[in-house]
Design a protein around this ligand. Structure first.
Ligand code: NI
Length: 129
C-alpha cells in the first residue's frame, strides 16, 4: 500500500503549520474542521510527502492522545487504492492488527477512513478514496 500521509497530533495547528513551513511544507488547502471528530485538519505537502496536522478540541475522542504524543507523528495513513475497505481490514486483522475505528467519512480526505492498531508498529489509518 502506498503511504498517503503521516498524521501529526498538534496542540495548535497554526503554530504547527508555521514550523512545517520552515521545513519546506506548503498547505494543500485551507484547514478544515471535522465536526464529527471535533478536530481541525490541515494537509501540507513537501516534494511528494504529505503530512496531516490534527488539532483536537478538548471534547474530541482524540484529545486524550495529546498527553501521550504531544506535538508528534502518531499515525501513518495508507491508500488502499483498488482494494476494498472491508477486504483490507480483514487482511490486516488476520495479521494482528486490531480495528478500533470502523470506516467512516473523512471530510478532509474526500474518502472513507478506518483506523487499526498494531502492538508492533502502532497506529495505522487506511483510506479509500
Ligand atoms: Ni490521517
Amino acid at each position: 500500500m502506498k503511504i498517503h500521509h503521516i498524521g501529526y497530533l498538534v496542540k495548535n495547528v497554526e503554530k504547527a503549520a508555521k514550523a512545517a513551513e520552515v521545513l519546506g511544507f506548503t498547505p494543500c488547502a485551507d484547514a478544515v474542521y471535522d465536526v464529527d471528530r471535533r478536530i481541525y485538519i490541515l494537509f501540507m505537502e513537501n516534494g511528494g510527502y504529505r503530512i496531516e496536522l490534527v488539532q483536537p478540541d478538548q471534547d474530541s475522542e482524540i484529545y486524550p492522545l495529546m498527553k501521550r504524543y504531544k506535538n508528534s507523528p502518531y499515525h501513518i495513513c495508507y491508500d488502499i487504492e483498488d482494494e476494498e475497505m472491508d477486504a483490507a481490514i480483514e487482511r490486516l486483522s488476520e495479521q494482528k492488527f486490531t480495528l478500533f475505528k470502523a470506516p467512516c467519512r473523512a471530510v478532509a480526505l474526500e474518502g472513507d477512513a478506518a483506523f487499526l492498531m498494531s502492538l508492533d508498529i502502532g497506529m495505522v489509518e487506511l483510506v479509500k478514496r
